[in-house]
Design a protein around this ligand. Structure first.
Ligand code: ARG
Length: 566
C-alpha cells in the first residue's frame, strides 16, 4: 500500500511542479477515508491551500483534471469530493498485492529498521522468594512482545531477567530460616515455604524490631561472602527459579540471561568511585546521593548511611556493564508506572556521568492489573497468584472447548493455549499505560474481542486450507467489496508493526489482529469458497492463506499460540 502512495505522491508532485511540495512532503498529506465507498486513499487538499493560495475545492478540481490525462497504474479512478481527492485502487492492483504477500510468506510484515542493531530488554525480573503474582504479568508479557516485535524488525535481541536477588530482604529470609525454617520443608514445599518464612519475619519483626538489625547483619555477612549464608541464598534462588520457569514455559517466554541484582554486587564500588571522581556525589545526613534539583527531580540515592548500595546504584552498574557487554543501541526496561521516577532519575545520572548514550535507555511503563467480578481463589489472601489465574483460565477454556467440540484431539494442550492466550490477549488489548481489569466472561468469550475469538478465526482459516486442493494466487482479477476490504486490512500489517515498534505498544498488534479477524469473518460469510469459479476460488483461498500467515504472525508477536484446530 505504501508503494502506491509513493507513486500517487510523485505523480501529484510532478503535476504541481512546486519546489515547496515535493513527493516526500505530499506523502504525509494522505489519509485513509473513513468509508471504503469514498475511496482507498485520500489527499486532503486543504493542507495544500496555504502554499498554493487556492481553495481546497479549486486544487482538487485542477488536480483531478490533470490526473485524468495522466493515469496512475494501479489506480482505477480518482474522484474529487469536497476538497478531497479520492483514489480508488484497481482490483488487479489489489490482487497483485495479495500475490506479493504470499510470496513473502512468513516475512511479510517484517522490516529492517533494526538491521545491524542490538536491543537489550530487561523484563519480568521478579524478586526471588516471592511467588509470581498478577503484578508480574504485565512486565512479562509486554516485555516479551516488545522483544519479539524488535526481532521481527531486524534487531538482535537480548532478553534479560534481572532477578531481584540481592538486598536486605535476603538477610531477613536468612534470619527467618535460621530461626523457624527447615531445609527439608523448603525443598518439599518450594517457594510457598520461602514466602511463608518471609511473611513470618515481617510479623515477628513488628513485635521485636531488633530482628531487623539481625537481618542487616546476616545480609552484610552474605555480602562479605559468608559460606553458609551464600549456600542458603543459592538455595532460595534455585527454588524460586524452578517455580518461575514453570510459569515462563506455560507462557512461552524465554530469556537470554538471568543476571540479576546480585551479579552486579561486585561492580558497584567502581560506580560509586566514578561518581565521586566526577564530583557528582553529595553527602546528606551520612547518605550519598546525586542532586537532581536542576532537573526537577528528587535526589538519586546511591549509598545508605551504613554504606550499603541501593536499587538505583545497582541499575547504574548494570547499565554500564550491559553497554560494554552487548554494545546495545537501546536498552529497554519494562516495569509498572510506579517506577517511572526511579528510571528517570538514574537515566539522568548516567547522562551526568558523561555517557552519551543516556537517550538509548528507555523506560516502558504500564498500568496496574486487577481482577474484576468473580473473585479468584488464592491461598495467600489478597494477592492473585499467576499460577491460580492461569489454572482457572485453562479450566474455563477447557470447559468451553468440551462443550463446543467434544471430539477434539489433544484437548488439554489446546485448553492451555486458549486459556493462557485469553489472559494475554485481554491484558494486551488496551494501551499498556491503562489499567487492566480482568473479567472472565469477557476474556473467554469466543464471540467477543478476545484471544479465543482470534485463535478460533485462525483455526477456521487453517481448516479451509486443509480441506482445499492446491492453488496459486493469480496476479490479477476482480473482487467483491469484502475481498477488497480484507486485502486493505492485510496490507496495513507492515505499518502497524512499525507503529508498535516505535511506540513500544503491543496493543497496536492486538487491535490489528481483531480488525483482521472481523474483516476475514465478513469475507467468509459473504463469499462462498467451495462453489466458486476457478479464478475466484484461487483468490479466496489465497486470502485464507494470507490471513493464516498474517494472523498467525500477529498472534505470535503478542505471545499467543495458534492451534490449528479448536
Ligand atoms: N525486581 C524489580 C521489582 O520486582 C523490577 C526490576 C526492574 N528492572 C530494573 N532494571 N530495575 O520491582
Amino acid at each position: 500500500m505504501n508503494q502506491i502512495k509513493e507513486t500517487i505522491a510523485s505523480t501529484v508532485a510532478e503535476i504541481l511542479a512546486n519546489d515547496a511540495l515535493p513527493a516526500e512532503t505530499l506523502r504525509d498529506f494522505f489519509d485513509t477515508p473513513p468509508d471504503p465507498a469514498m475511496g482507498d486513499i485520500a489527499l486532503a487538499c486543504f493542507k495544500l491551500s496555504k502554499l498554493l493560495r487556492k481553495s481546497p475545492m479549486v486544487i482538487a478540481s485542477d488536480l483531478s483534471s490533470a490526473l485524468a490525462a495522466k493515469p496512475i497504474p494501479g489506480v482505477a479512478k480518482v474522484e474529487n469530493a469536497g476538497g478531497y481527492l479520492n483514489f480508488f485502487l484497481a482490483d488487479s492492483y489489489r490482487v497483485s498485492l495479495l500475490a506479493e504477500m504470499l510470496r513473502q510468506g512468513e516475512n511479510y510484515g517484517s522490516n529492517e529498521i533494526g538491521k545491524g542493531k542490538t536491543m537489550v530488554i530487561d523484563y519480568s525480573s521478579p524478586n526471588i522468594a516471592k511467588r509470581f503474582h498478577i503484578g508480574h504479568l504485565g512486565t512479562t508479557i509486554i516485555g516479551n512482545s516488545i522483544k519479539l516485535i524488535h526481532r521481527f524488525s531486524g534487531y538482535d535481541t537480548v532478553g534479560i531477567n534481572y532477578l531481584g536477588d540481592w538486598g536486605t530482604q535476603y538477610g531477613k529470609l536468612v534470619v527467618s530460616f535460621k530461626k523457624w525454617g527447615d531445609e527439608e520443608v523448603i525443598r518439599r514445599e518450594g517457594i510457598e515455604e520461602l514466602n511463608r518464612l518471609y511473611v513470618l519475619f515481617g510479623t515477628k519483626a513488628e513485635e521485636d524490631p531488633p530482628l531487623n538489625d539481625e537481618a542487616r547483619k546476616e545480609f552484610a555477612l552474605l555480602e562479605a561472602g559468608d559460606e553458609e549464608n551464600l549456600r542458603l541464598w543459592r538455595l532460595f534462588k534455585e527454588i524460586s527459579l524452578k517455580e518461575y520457569m514453570k510459569t515462563y514455559e506455560l507462557l512461552g517466554v524465554s530469556f537470554d540471561s538471568f543476571n540479576g541484582e546480585s551479579f552486579y554486587s561486585d561492580k558497584m564500588p567502581a560506580v560509586v568511585e566514578e561518581l565521586k571522581e566526577k564530583n557528582l556525589l553529595k553527602i546528606d545526613d551520612g547518605a550519598s546521593l546525586v542532586d537532581l534539583e536542576a532537573y526537577n527531580m528528587p535526589p538519586c540515592l546511591i549509598l545508605k548511611r551504613d554504606g550499603s548500595s541501593l536499587y538505583p546504584t545497582r541499575d547504574i552498574a548494570a547499565a554500564l556493564w550491559r553497554k560494554k557487554e552487548y554494545a546495545f543501541d537501546k536498552c529497554i526496561y519494562v516495569t509498572s508506572a510506579g517506577q517511572s521516577l526511579h528510571f528517570a532519575q538514574w537515566f539522568k545520572v548516567v547522562g551526568l556521568m558523561g555517557y552519551d548514550w543516556e537517550d538509548q535507555l528507555v523506560h516502558v511503563p504500564y498500568g496496574t492489573f486487577s481482577i474484576n467480578g468473580e473473585k479468584i481463589a488464592s491461598r495467600t489472601g489478597n494477592v492473585v497468584l499467576l499460577d491460580d489465574l492461569f489454572q482457572e483460565a485453562i479450566e474455563k477454556a477447557g470447559a468451553i472447548i468440551e462443550e463446543k467440540n467434544p471430539g477434539l484431539e489433544n484437548k488439554e494442550e489446546i485448553a492451555k493455549d486458549v486459556g493462557v492466550g485469553a489472559v494475554i490477549f485481554n491484558s494486551l488489548s488496551a494501551n499498556r499505560i491503562k489499567d487492566v481489569n480482568f473479567n472472565w466472561s469477557e476474556a473467554l468469550n469466543f464471540d467477543g474481542n478476545t484471544g479465543p475469538y482470534a485463535q478460533y478465526t485462525y483455526a477456521r482459516a487453517c481448516s479451509i486450507l486443509n480441506k482445499s486442493e492446491a492453488f496459486t494466487c493469480p496476479e490479477s482479477g476482480t473482487l467483491c467489496d469484502e475481498e477488497k476490504a480484507l486485502i486493505t486490512t492485510l496490507a496495513l500489517f507492515p505499518e502497524r508493526i512499525v507503529r508498535a515498534l516505535n511506540e513500544y505498544e503491543p496493543s497496536i498488534i492486538t487491535r490489528f489482529a481483531l480488525d483482521l479477524c472481523q474483516s476475514f469473518n465478513r469475507f467468509y460469510n459473504a463469499c462462498p469458497i467451495r462453489s466458486a469459479e476457478k479464478e475466484e476460488k484461487a483468490i479466496r483461498l489465497s486470502l485464507c492463506q494470507a490471513v493464516k500467515n498474517v494472523l498467525g504472525c500477529a498472534l505470535h508477536l503478542i505471545g499467543l499460540r495458534t492451534p490449528e484446530k479448536i
